[in-house]
Design a protein around this ligand. Structure first.
Ligand code: CO
Length: 167
């Protein structure tokens, strides 16, 4: 099942997500649906709050042959080396701006079997971990762009909010 993706202005994107208490069949089904939803729009990542589900989980497919289903993640190490690279977000359509992020990040999470995984992600994967993790905290990439970039997109953001924000 493909979910409707919530767009900028929707309050579910600004809600702090709750930890997953137990990996139930329902949770696994939500994760499968999130993967389907992400693939349906050729996305690299999708977090549960983006489909209106306030749980700490996200899915990532950067095209390396691994579809990651990530539950209760913690970013346990962020490299001091920062890169300013362009990002977009399925919930902020049509806007692409550079965001400063650590190049490498170590993440700890539960996989769909409930096993604890510690993984290091660099470049696109590291960026995806950080971007999706932010969604669980109610943070969007446009919150982190430069003041100049913010001014450039403020009108577009207002329009998104007006058009889709209530859905
Ligand atoms: Co996003």
């Amino acid at each position: 099942m493909v979910y409707e993706i919530k767009i900028y202005g929707n309050e579910s994107l600004r809600t702090m997500a709750e930890p997953v208490q137990e990996i139930t069949p329902e949770i696994l089904e939500v994760l499968n649906n999130m993967v389907e939803t992400m693939h349906n729009v050729n996305g690299v990542g999708l977090a549960a709050p983006q489909v209106g589900i306030a749980k700490r989980m996200f899915v990532i497919d950067i095209g390396d042959g691994i579809v990651r289903k990530i539950i209760n993640p913690e970013l346990i190490e962020l490299s001091d080396i920062i890169e300013n690279e362009e990002e977009g977000c399925l919930s902020v359509p049509g806007i692409y701006k550079a965001v400063k992020r650590s190049v490498t990040v170590k993440i700890k999470y539960l996989n769909e079997k409930g096993e604890e995984v510690i993984e290091e992600g660099t470049d696109l994967l590291g960026r995806a971990f950080q971007h999706e993790y932010d969604h669980l905290e109610g943070i969007l990439f446009v919150d982190k762009i430069s003041p100049v970039a913010k001014r450039m997109v403020s009108k577009k953001l207002q329009l998104l909010k007006k058009e889709f924000g209530k859905n």
